[in-house]
Ligand binder design. Structure first.
Ligand code: ADP
Length: 404
């Protein structure tokens, strides 16, 4: 496109310059042939005699106006009032410009003209004004045709380039895509294969943990540690499996009309034992009987992810969960008085495997997948998930569900 514009403007400039040069050449001929004293003899150029004024004068295409010192027209091959009016305006412009001659382009009756206006000195020192007016319609037609061709060429080359780039990009991305697919397949297979042995291990470890005749096993602490770690691994494997199902489109949201107020109560009560253990108070404020179209299981999972995070990242203080109805939406809000999230981390927390504080998160047994799953659930419900947070003050996670 840049090349086309360059070619267009160069050709426009060349055509204009050559036409101006021709007009200046012609003006010289007229000036030499007709000094002011002879002006009166320079009659209508439309006459055959007028062709003597120069070989290049074509009366149909060129209009010549000569004026004397008082600016009265002495000779002219046109009496078009509009052209005469334009010619007077050009003389004013010549006076203002303080130049010896000027060029301008005007439109007369929708037809483009180039007007040349110059001083014209006679042999006896008197001056007058010479004006040559040339129709540049052909020039404009040629230029607009050229512009059309250049635009067509430009767009065609853009289309060809885009196609080639797309093909090259596709080809170079293929190995990356293939290895990404392989990685996803591996995670899916591995998590699937690990699930069964982990379930068996958990079930076996549960047996020695149970009290037998009122006594607990001597190795209780070690077995409990092994059980907790197995439980942790099970959760990780299940989350990975869930992600692979989301990616492959197997995870389907089943929407029904559900009472989200009841769901919020149930989800909150499921984490109360953990909050009691951590001595963190949970404040609940749910508007009753709020309904939305959604997947109850997934929405419960979303609430638990947000509450679980709030608990994980809060040492003291309280967690507040509320559910309210606005005009056209339902607002679920989970706030805490925990460690907060920095501005930089806030940009990434919804990305997979992103953990703001890697060392702390590892201790907490987290993978950095909870919020990406939460985001997926909110998106599937056409909602919006927002976060506001201040380091060492706490965080507020807000979910806005449209009411359908
Ligand atoms: P994780 O399993 O690590 O909690 P998430 O995807 O749920 O993974 O969260 C991503 C990161 O966002 C966390 O590692 C943590 O750094 C930060 N985060 C999430 N929730 C909170 C919160 N309530 N307070 C402080 N940081 C949080």
């Amino acid at each position: 496109m840049v090349f086309s514009s360059f070619v267009y403007f160069q050709i426009d400039r060349i055509m204009r310059t050559s036409s101006e040069m021709a007009i200046i050449g012609l003006s010289k001929q007229v000036k030499t042939l007709y000094g002011l004293p002879q002006l009166r003899e320079f009659h209508m150029l439309r006459d055959t005699d007028s062709l003597k004024a120069g070989p290049r004068i074509k009366p149909e295409n060129l209009l010549i106006i000569l004026r004397d010192t008082s600016l009265n027209i002495t000779t002219s091959n046109t009496n078009d009032p509009e052209l005469i009016e334009h010619s007077s305006k050009e003389i004013d412009r010549l006076f203002e410009s303080e130049k010896d001659d000027i060029f301008s382009q005007v439109s007369i009756d929708g037809e483009p003209y180039r007007i040349y206006t110059a001083y014209f000195f006679s042999r006896n020192g008197e001056w007058g004004i010479l004006q040559i007016c040339q129709s540049i319609e052909i020039e404009k037609i040629v230029l607009s045709k050229l512009l059309g061709i250049l635009l067509l060429l430009g767009f065609t080359s853009i289309a060809i380039l885009a196609l080639i780039s797309w093909m090259l990009a596709k080809k170079s991305l293929e190995p990356i895509k293939e290895s990404w697919e392989q990685q996803k397949r591996f995670i899916a297979d591995a998590s699937h294969e690990l699930r069964t042995p982990l379930t068996v291990m958990k079930a076996n470890l549960e047996i020695p943990l149970q009290e037998k005749n009122g006594t607990i096993s001597d190795n209780y602490v070690w077995i409990k540690n092994a059980y907790d770690e197995t439980d942790n691994m099970s959760r990780i494997v299940n989350t990975l499996l869930e992600l692979t199902q989301i990616d492959s489109g197997q995870k389907i949201i089943e929407k029904r009309r559900i009472n989200i107020s009841e769901l919020a109560e149930k989800s909150t009560s499921s984490i109360i034992p953990l909050s009691n253990e951590k001595k963190i108070k949970i404040v609940q404020d749910f508007e009753e009987e709020l309904f939305i179209m959604g997947d109850a299981q997934k929405l419960k999972q979303l609430m638990i992810i947000l509450l679980d995070n709030a608990l994980k990242y809060t040492k003291e203080g309280y967690i507040d969960i509320s559910l309210k109805k606005n005009n056209s939406s339902i607002l679920l809000q989970v706030s805490d008085t925990g460690i907060g999230i920095s501005q930089e981390d806030k940009k990434h927390i919804f990305e997979r495997f992103y953990r703001a504080d890697k060392t702390r998160s590892r201790v907490q047994g987290s993978l950095g997948l909870g919020l990406s799953i939460a985001k997926w659930i909110v998106d599937e419900h056409n909602g919006k998930l927002e976060v506001e947070s201040e380091v060492n003050k706490g965080s507020v996670f807000r979910v806005i569900f449209p009411i359908n």
